[in-house]
Design a protein around this ligand. Structure first.
Ligand code: ZN
Ligand code: ZN
Length: 312
């Protein structure tokens, strides 16, 4: 566990928050605001800014940063109020006395997909609270028993799936893999250096190859793998701009039959990202349970991988 203690990020050694003898468990939170991904050298600053904002919040009357711990995208666990301290983040006095609160530096825009390091960091923080802060084994989200969107759809799905360690709850060298938020069959296959078709076959999956968070997949023997080309990044897909990756994705859309939007002359692959491109991509996203909650027509890594996997 990579713990950044209070002194290391510039807080007083001990939080002035009230003593908490024990807790039922831990509630997971996110920021719920725009949060751009950043270098780790900037994370200390961000944690200090959360503390400053909480101390300035006269309505809540916080005595300190509200969370017991904060976890950055790089997997570091920032000691917030820390062990045996009552949180201020769970919504009301009763909820604050029941569970600890751990917040992921994850946004409602910008960085919205928790990287593996972040999920591992959240689990490190939870295990730390259990081992040293008398936290019970319950894990939930801020929204459990309180009206809020926190911790967002992706983290909440992970929590509900039992907060599995990335790469499979049972660790390396096992012959199963637990599906986590944002996974696709081809993405898992690439990570584990497997052929995704073999992975589908041993699990009895056929088109449209739908998988669900928390699903335990059996792994085939090691194979060659047929991965999609590397995701070119969101900057490749800007309305009115050209990029070779648009042509590449257009080819998959044509193969998959998502071509109903066009200028009257049929839809053809090309480098220009047009409003038609966006609408056809949106149609594709709506057709997939992995993507249908955000069919914005701008391809992220999951759209990219699925389009290649299904058309291959
Ligand atoms: Zn929250
Ligand atoms: Zn960081």
């Amino acid at each position: 566990m990579r713990l950044v203690d209070r002194r290391a990020w510039g807080a007083s050694a001990t939080s002035p928050a009230a003593y908490l003898p024990s807790a039922r468990g831990v509630k997971v939170h996110y920021l719920g605001s725009a949060y751009p991904s950043r270098k780790h050298s900037l994370c200390d600053d961000y944690v200090r800014s959360i503390q400053a904002a909480h101390l300035a919040n006269t309505r809540e009357g916080y005595v300190d940063i509200a969370y017991n711990a904060v976890v950055c995208e790089h997997g570091y666990v920032y000691e917030g109020r820390g062990l045996h301290k009552r949180t201020g983040a769970n919504g009301n006095a009763e909820l604050n006395g029941r569970d600890y609160a751990v917040c992921a530096l994850l946004g409602s825009s910008g960085l919205t997909e928790p990287p593996d390091a972040m999920l591992n960091g959240l689990l490190d923080a939870i295990e730390w609270l259990r081992a040293n802060g008398a936290a019970g084994d319950w894990i939930g989200g801020h929204k459990d028993g309180y009206a809020t969107a926190c911790p967002g759809a992706v983290l909440y799905a992970w929590v509900q799936a039992g907060a599995p360690r990335p790469g499979g709850a049972s660790g390396d060298g096992e012959d199963t893999h637990t599906v986590r938020a944002g996974d696709t069959l081809s993405g898992i296959a690439r990570r584990l250096d497997l052929d995704w078709r073999e992975l589908a076959k041993v699990n009895g999956l056929t088109e449209p190859y739908t998988i669900y968070v928390g699903q335990v997949l059996d792994l085939p023997e090691l194979g060659g793998g047929r991965p999609a080309p590397p995701y070119p990044g969101r900057s490749a897909f800007v309305l009115g701009r050209r990029h070779q990756a648009v042509t590449e994705l257009d080819r998959q859309l044509v193969r998959l039959g998502f071509t109903r939007h066009h200028d009257g002359n049929g839809y053809q692959p090309g480098p220009l990202f047009t409003a038609y491109t966006r609408r056809n991509i949106s149609d594709f996203q709506r057709s997939r349970p992995e993507l249908s909650n955000d069919p914005d027509g701008y391809p992220g890594p999951v759209t990219w991988e699925l389009a290649h996997m299904l058309s291959g």
